[in-house]
Design a protein around this ligand. Sequence first.
Ligand code: FES
Length: 263
Amino acid sequence: MTHAQLPIQRRFGETLRRDAWWLPPLTVLAAFSAFLIYGTWSALTSGGYTFGPYFSPFHAPELWGPTEHAWFGPQPAWWPSFLFFPALLVLPFPGLFRFSCYYYRGAYYKGFWADPPACAVGEPRTTYRGERPFPNWLQNLHRYTMYVAVAFIGLLAIDAWKAFWFLDNGVENFGIGVGSLVMTANVTVTAAYTFGCHSLRHVIGGFKDRLSGQPVRAACYAGCSKLNERHGLYAKTSMGTMIFTDIYIRLCASGVITDWRIF
Ligand code: FES
């Protein structure tokens, strides 16, 4: 299949705009790169991602592992070492969900590929390749990874609930630490991002060309639409809360800071 040639109207970066159009794509480039690099580093580290009842979102779920948070105990001997941690088998799905999100696409097509860098600014290509070549077709998996991402919210919520249960002299007590609030804030913002997903809105809202008449589905659609109004904001904030939660737990685990037990 041949692709149509677009008329070349401007050279790359050429524009009549006088505002700082380059600032948003540059910010996206820096923020997304930092999230990717930090998240990958954190997921590959073998220690420091847990402190007391707190557990880093970059390591959830710990199916097998060295900490008391592991669902099925220590890593079995038959587990192939090249797979690092079991969580790495799960994390690509919410990762792909995030980076195939319609908001992220709009942002990183500009920030990473300059395609285009901003509205009314010349781009470096004269052809449009669409989303069929690799890796662009991976974007089509968004509607499927959405199911994993929704389940992931459940996992993060369980971890946040566990963050309120402290082991005091061998007895598990309910309590509130700063880390409990940090983990709760993280899952709340991440849920606000996930439940505002366009694909989820479509799935729960009705049918191919009309909305469901059922009150529950109509209410879910309305709630999803409400969250969707700030989808970009929740997308960015949730990246920040994930990193912040991980750093907070690591600082507590390394003794750099002390977790304040409020209750
Ligand atoms: S469109 Fe953004 S998460 Fe689905």
